[in-house]
Design a protein around this ligand. Structure first.
Ligand code: ZN
Ligand code: ZN
Length: 919
């Protein structure tokens, strides 16, 4: 019996509260953009942010956690974008509720609490609930009788509703290796009327029979093994619980509706769409798929942009673009002729913002980015439609080839439906079979984009190497001690050498190798700051002196899996062996350049907000040794005054020589104290805050940041902006230099100025006035030159008039002239027409190495068939070109000036032919 209809917000809150009562800590949802996990396109499960805990390399200040995680699933096996909206339960964006035990409670508590929440707190009918437990269909692994016994013990649980299933349904694995264990699912029986296979012969409804009657609502995973290989499972010393509940689904059940889209997670969105279109309920029902698509995709788009993803052509950005454009397309189909998705996003922010506060903070940015992309799509669509026009015009038969339709779809964003509609209207059909073939090939590519940096095999090799080093005692359970903050050099030992994914014991000159050390001062790329480069070498005894015994040049330090840092490099000399002592030396000057640029990036961010307003948010950042690049949200180009103010203020902050301090803080406290949290970064509960300013005085800048920084701002040196521009969708980009980079830039500019002054025979101080004078002189000279040219042209023209031929009764002038530009030729044809009143003129000239032709025919002669465009075209053909124009005046060009005379000689004949005269 359900007491009263709860809102989705109440359901979410009751879930969190229930587990808080059981001693759990509420953990915020991680970003949809996974931190530290190159194998994953989007966060797609609650466990993503706790992966390190299960792998045994992470630490948290709590052992019990509860959360709701925003997740995205697209282009996967189970969720094709094209299917979303066509049924009532698939989504791109969804929430997953979960409770977690890290080596703390286990099956007994997890099962009892699940039962208590569902039946006591939420009042679900006990005889509608079923539980499943693991029983190995291959007969190798232990049956989970432990869980089954707990299930049977729950008050009101009918023991016959505890079922057993095999590996596919009830055994969970993280990957080919790693943590794994049996799971228990809770299924909800919606009653016989919910079966979608009624009347199918032989059909029997049941748990794990996909007929729509039984819904899995909660999966409790008991992680108790570590998979070492396909056949070997080792028991874990610490056992974990990982649960996942589909939020939209549970809301549908608790609100007593038969579709997720009928819950209050979606209805406010669909109502807003209905209002905007002025649709009746019947009209909405008629177009329900479009409504669902807009509601689902509107949520996904809002959350993705809220997490810093912007529409684009690769990876995550491409997925976002596909989703947004699909929603816009469905909108167009049901009557929107202007951008509307920002209104949809507004409802999403209103309804979800109270829990996902990042949406509220970034509201303006999200709405602007959506409208920008919608407008861009509109333009693309118009382009696509005009391209379709020309495709149809050039078709031989009445069928648009699939490849052509696919090109329209892929390159011009024109959906097959639109192509089909337009084609049909004009009596054409589309070869849809070959379109689908091309589409399937492209989807295959999109799917493989999900693993866009490392394949499973490479990743497994790193995991294996890490485990091996932990097992032989070279590394502790936390893995490599990564400390790029205290020192830039360190005396240490080689504990591992990787070549092509295999651990080796010795390498030789020329080998490409990945070096593993127990601790490292090398910075690993993160938060926009590039990785350090440097050297790992065995140095001779101080007493002995001389060359290093061996040396490896390091081009990059990387963290392929949590807990492991590898130094990627090439052996320059000697034969390094595992176990040998060595020095790890970061390129010190380069690191300093990076630190200056990183601290300057924070100051720039701060001053952009001070000068332009607090709507400015960081949208991307690159901190490299030679420059810094900062992308931020702002809709207009910066004025010169704004840019000047930013540069001046940043330099003032630098010269004031403020200290830059590192604080470790609780995430929530840091953010509420005003530290800026940035897009797409993941923060543990303890965060690193970079604070600029004197302790106890006004804080100049503070940001959550894992980067390396100078300790006093004056160490940055001069700060100069090299460029400011747009990178689309309300995002501006500034590129700047500091320190050595700025010095180099200034010296280079000064040098150029000295050279310029020397050319102009003046001192650098007089340069601007001298340039102005010179330009004035040049202008006067040009005017004089133009006047002289005109006189000469008039003179030449008089001479040309002597070569006029008469064809039939028409005076024809065809001649080569020497002029500076085409305008001069046009002017000569004017003179000619003024002089003869009725006649034909074709002039040719070589201008900048290319033949140019201008033809003119007086108005009266066009009635006799003479056409300037055709004449110019025929002449141009001879010189390897083409062109045309009006009957009275035309222009053409070619490539071969040597044949110009020959071409012009054809003119009288062409005129004669048109006039029907035999010459
Ligand atoms: Zn059924
Ligand atoms: Zn930073």
């Amino acid at each position: 019996m359900i007491k009263k209809t709860l809102t989705s917000a109440e359901i979410r809150q009751q879930f969190l509260d229930f587990f808080v009562e059981q001693g759990h800590t509420i953990v915020p949802s991680a970003s949809l953009v996974p931190a530290d996990d190159p194998t994953l396109l989007f966060t797609n499960a609650g466990m993503n942010q706790f992966k390190d805990m299960f792998l045994g390399v992470g630490t948290r200040p709590y052992k019990r956690a509860v959360d709701t995680q925003k997740c995205m699933r697209v282009a996967g096996k189970h969720n094709d974008l094209e299917d979303v909206g066509r049924d009532t339960r698939h989504h791109t964006l969804f929430e997953m509720l979960g409770n977690w035990s890290f080596g703390n409670y286990y099956k007994k508590e997890a099962i009892a609490w699940a039962w208590q929440l569902l039946t006591d707190v939420w009042g679900l009918e006990k005889d509608r609930l079923w539980a499943t437990c693991f029983k190995d269909d291959k007969g190798n692994l232990e049956t989970d009788e432990e869980a089954a016994a707990y299930w049977r013990r729950q008050p009101g649980m009918d023991p016959s509703r505890v079922l057993y299933f095999g590996r596919k349904d009830n055994f969970w694995e993280m990957g080919e290796t790693g943590p794994c264990g049996p799971c228990s699912e809770i299924h909800y029986d919606r009653g016989p009327e919910a079966c979608e296979m009624k009347g199918v012969p032989g059909h029997v409804c049941g748990v794990n029979v996909d007929c729509g009657r039984f819904f899995e609502i909660w999966n409790l995973v008991f992680i108790q093994y570590n998979r070492v290989s396909a056949t070997q499972l080792d028991p874990l010393p610490a056992k974990h619980v990982d649960t996942g509940m589909g939020f939209e689904r549970v809301v549908a059940i608790l609100q007593g509706v038969d579709s997720n889209y009928k819950t209050d997670l979606f209805t406010p969105i669909m109502q807003r769409v209905q209002e905007m279109l002025g649709h009746s309920d019947a009209q909405m029902e008629e177009n329900i798929v479009a409504y669902r698509v807009i509601a689902d995709h509107g949520r996904a788009v809002t959350f993705l942009i809220g997490d810093g993803v912007l529409p684009g052509n690769v990876g995550r950005s491409y997925v976002l673009r596909m989703i947004l454009r699909r929603a816009a397309r469905f909108g167009r189909k049901i009557g929107f002729d202007r951008p509307f998705l920002a209104n949809v996003a507004d409802v999403v922010i209103e309804t979800m913002g109270p829990h996902f506060t990042e949406l509220v903070t970034r509201r303006d940015y999200i709405l602007r980015a959506i409208t920008d992309e919608e407008e861009r799509f509109q333009r693309t669509l118009d382009l696509g439609l005009s391209r379709l026009d020309s495709v149809l015009a050039s078709l031989e038969g009445k069928t648009v080839p699939g490849a052509e339709a696919f090109k329209l779809y892929d390159t011009f964003g024109l959906a097959l439906e639109i192509t089909r509609d337009v084609a049909q209207e004009r009596g054409y059909t589309v070869d849809e079979a070959s379109f689908q073939e091309a589409l399937a090939q492209q989807r295959e590519k999109a799917r493989s984009a999900e693993k866009f940096e490392m394949d499973d095999q490479t990743l497994a090799a790193y995991h294996a190497a890490l485990r091996q080093l932990q097992e032989n005692g070279s590394l502790g359970e936390k893995g490599v001690d990564h400390d790029p903050y205290t020192l830039t050099e360190m005396e240490t030992t080689i504990i591992g050498l990787l070549m092509d994914g295999q651990l080796v014991t010795q390498v030789k000159p020329g080998d490409k190798v990945e070096v593993i050390l127990p601790a490292t001062p090398f910075y690993v790329e993160s938060g926009g700051q590039v990785a350090d480069v440097g050297v790992i070498a065995r140095l001779p005894d101080a007493a002995a002196g001389g060359e290093p015994l061996w040396e490896i040049a390091i081009g990059e330090a990387r963290r392929p899996v949590t807990g492991l840092v590898v130094h990627v490099g090439e052996v320059m000399s000697g034969k390094p062996r595992v176990g040998e002592p060595c020095w790890a030396l970061v390129d010190y000057d380069r690191r300093w350049d990076i630190m200056r640029n990183h601290t300057a990036t924070h100051l720039l961010h701060n001053q952009l907000r001070a000068v332009l307003g607090t709507h400015v948010q960081q949208a991307g950042s690159l901190v490299a040794p030679e420059r810094l690049r900062f992308d931020f949200t702002h809709s207009a180009m910066l004025t010169q005054d704004e840019l000047d103010a930013v540069v001046r203020n940043v330099n003032t902050l630098i010269l004031s020589n403020y200290p830059v301090n590192v604080h470790y803080d609780n995430y929530k406290d840091a953010v509420s104290a005003g530290a800026m949290a940035l897009f797409g970064e993941k923060y543990g509960d303890v965060v690193r805050v970079i604070r600029t300013g004197w302790p106890g005085e006004q804080i100049i800048s503070q940001e959550l940041c894992g980067g390396t920084h100078v300790s006093m701002t004056a160490e940055i040196g001069p700060f100069l902006v090299l460029s400011e521009g747009s990178v689309g969708a309300g995002i501006r980009r500034i590129e700047a230099v500091t320190g050595r980079g700025a010095q180099g830039f200034i010296l280079e500019r000064l040098d150029k100025m000295s050279n310029a002054a020397a050319y102009l025979l003046c001192g650098p101080d007089e340069l601007d006035r001298k340039v102005q004078d010179t330009l004035e002189q040049l202008q006067t000279a040009q005017k004089e030159l133009a006047r002289t040219r005109r006189q000469m042209a008039q003179h030449d023209f008089e001479a040309l008039m002597n070569t006029v031929q008469t064809v039939s009764d028409v005076p024809v002038l065809a001649a080569q002239v020497s002029v500076a530009d085409v305008d001069a030729m046009r002017e000569m044809t004017d003179w000619y027409r003024a002089r003869v009143h009725s006649g034909v003129v074709v002039l040719g000239a070589t201008i900048e190495g290319r033949p140019q032709i201008v033809a003119a025919v007086t108005e009266d002669l066009t009635q006799r068939g003479l056409h300037a465009g055709k004449l110019a075209g025929s002449v141009a053909k001879v010189v390897g070109g083409g062109g045309g124009g009006k009957p009275t005046l035309a222009q053409a060009g070619g490539r071969d000036p040597k044949r110009l005379a020959e071409a012009l000689a054809l003119v009288p004949g062409l005129v004669g032919e048109t006039l029907g005269v035999r010459r």
